[in-house]
Design a protein around this ligand. Structure first.
Ligand code: ZN
Length: 259
């Protein structure tokens, strides 16, 4: 069984054929899909999908850094209510994005720290989004005085950055980018190995080669695993086994049951 640790299958891109997308994921061997939250406008769709496929879909609650606007206090309040009402499997995705959203840096940091605190209170893993903000995200993490666990989603660095992230307690989320030509991720998985790696699609974005540029979906996970197998000289089944074990452990899941 594979686990897709990052897929936004509840967004409008999947409205026409969501059930078929999920059937294809299951047929491809993907037995669990983690649904990262974006903000209060997407939360209901996400939780509805998770409720429709209990055990298969694992919903997270959080606020994406590009959703941090002047009303971010309201977003945090809505998130707090959501966390009180729903059993989230983790916090996120949260973090800092200075690519799409340069203007709200201070507010992004406040919201990120709030979510790290919530994760500690609830003893949940954190799924981190970092874009053009690796140093800033690491600085925030280093200011936390508690153990953290989670995933650096769509891991954005080189092998040395990977080591720093792992030392902070995080796993590397590796997705379609690893299949792109001259991808830095290829070097990272070769040098870092698989002990701290989980697989993700980031559907509907970042479809792996040879489907690059099309809508991504969880059924593409084996393409990512195959590329990692090729890069690390391991069998695809080993990549599946190790990355699934890492994800099960992070989300405190049993391998066989559907809890
Ligand atoms: Zn995402």
């Amino acid at each position: 069984m594979f686990i897709d640790t990052h897929a936004h299958l509840y967004t409008g891109e999947f409205d026409p054929d969501r059930d078929a997308v999920i059937e294809r994921a299951l047929a491809a061997g993907v037995g669990r899909v983690v649904l990262p939250d974006i903000d209060s406008t997407t939360r209901e769709a996400e939780l509805t999908l998770a409720a429709r496929y209990p055990g298969l879909m694992l919903p997270l609650l959080g606020i994406h850094p590009t959703s941090i606007r002047e009303d971010y206090r309201d977003e945090l309040a809505a998130l707090e209510r959501g966390l009180a009402r729903h059993a989230a499997r983790g916090i996120g995705e949260c973090g800092i994005d200075l690519y799409r959203e340069k203007t709200r840096y201070k507010e992004q940091v406040i919201a990120f720290e709030w979510q790290l605190h919530a994760a500690r209170e609830l003893d949940l893993p954190v799924i981190i989004h970092s874009r053009e903000a690796f140093r800033e995200v690491v600085a925030v993490l280093k200011r936390q005085h508690h153990d953290m666990r989670g995933i650096f989603h769509c891991f954005p660095g080189d092998a040395e950055d990977a080591r720093r992230v792992i030392d902070l307690g995080f796993l590397l989320g590796i997705g379609g980018v690893v299949t792109f030509k001259n991808s830095l991720m290829a070097t990272v998985v070769r040098e870092t190995g698989l002990d701290r790696v989980v697989l993700e699609t980031d559907a509907p974005y970042l479809a792996p080669a040879p489907r690059r540029g099309t809508r991504n979906e969880s059924a593409c996970i084996p393409l990512i695993a195959a590329k990692i197998a090729e890069l690390t000289g391991r069998a695809a089944s080993e990549v599946e086994e190790i990355t699934t074990r890492n994800a099960l452990e992070l989300f405190s899941l049993q391998p066989q049951t559907s809890n």
